[in-house]
Design a protein around this ligand. Structure first.
Ligand code: GLV
Length: 309
């Protein structure tokens, strides 16, 4: 009985080491090393190569190594009938919250512009905004969205959130469903996208949505590139309805060198690094789920196949 890790970056060995130092009895393999595929019961995956899961006929469940599972549903050769779990981790949520706070303060105080001015030796004070001047809208009130909303409210922002269903969160006005999307957008000077990527949310950051935002709104997308219609963002920045955007995620990653985002002064890009699963923080829940599976207990952090997250 064993576990396989399938991901295409250079992190397999550190995950393997972290799992084995947490529980030395576990047999864990990289998908790249020799191992008996019939004996593998659990695949830990992060953007696995499409088709790679077909080689494991006896999987009991699939575990995403991040909060998102969209990449699993995008692989039509993945065994979608077995249970799928995802990471729900306090550290991951805190990291996201710190990243969003940093982006918002950077925007309010115009720090990016000063860095550009510095490279040109331009001394040019520009008006800044205050926390009290802006209303922040969080699109998606899952684990990450809720943490971000609550932390921003604590710092003094006026915060509202939108989700499929109403949420009872202290100091956060809750909007829900299609009918309440526009009223929510109308009051979001800064819009933060933290939705899961599903059929229903693909392309949601488009011109119809942007036209509902107040003039000079600012967009932060830290969810998935698939939420955004890139051309619509370009048009709305060019027509000055949107003042700028911070993007951490893209349709294709790394972003191709010829993409227009690279040269857009109003767009601050980060390389899908807002919040990254920390092995020390996440390994205990991975091991616990493996033990639960062996003991026939319900798994933690199960994904709903209907909802797609
Ligand atoms: C990061 O994008 C994650 O889904 O954890």
């Amino acid at each position: 009985m064993s576990i396989v890790i399938i991901r295409q970056d250079d992190k397999i060995e550190s995950w393997k080491k972290a799992i084995q130092s947490y529980d030395a009895t576990l047999e864990v393999y990289s998908y790249l090393e020799p191992h008996d595929k019939e004996k593998v019961e659990v695949a830990l995956v992060w953007k696995h190569p499409r088709g790679s899961l077909k080689e494991y006929p006896n999987l009991a469940y699939l575990a995403s190594m991040g909060a998102g599972v969209d990449f699993i549903f995008e692989d039509n050769t993945a065994p979608l009938a077995i249970p799928i779990t995802r990471v729900v981790d306090r550290q991951l949520a805190i990291d996201m919250s710190e990243h969003v706070l940093a982006l918002i303060l950077n925007y309010l105080k115009g720090l990016d512009t000063y860095k550009v001015n510095q490279t040109k030796k331009i001394w040019k004070p520009t008006p800044y905004k205050r926390i009290a001047d802006v209303r922040v809208g969080i699109l998606g009130l899952g684990v990450l969205g809720t943490q971000v909303a609550q932390d921003l409210a604590k710092v003094g922002f006026t915060v509202q959130g939108w989700a499929n269903t109403h949420k009872e969160l202290q100091n956060i006005k809750s909007y829900a469903g299609k009918n309440e999307l526009n009223p929510f957008l109308n009051k979001s000077d800064i819009l933060v996208c933290l939705l899961p990527l599903t059929e229903a949310t693909t392309g949601i950051l488009n011109k119809q949505l942007f036209s509902q935002l107040p003039k000079n709104a600012y967009l932060i997308n830290v969810a998935r590139g698939g939420h955004l219609v890139d051309q619509d963002l370009r048009d709305f920045i060019n027509n000055q309805h949107i003042s700028g955007a911070s993007l951490d995620v893209y349709h294709e990653e790394p972003l191709p060198k010829d993409h227009f985002f690279w040269n857009f002064d109003e767009i601050l890009m980060t390389p899908h690094h807002a919040s990254v699963s920390d092995t020390n923080s996440v390994v205990p829940q991975i091991v616990e789920n493996y033990q639960r599976m062996q003991a026939g207990l319900p798994l933690l952090n199960l994904v709903s196949k209907n909802k797609g997250y």
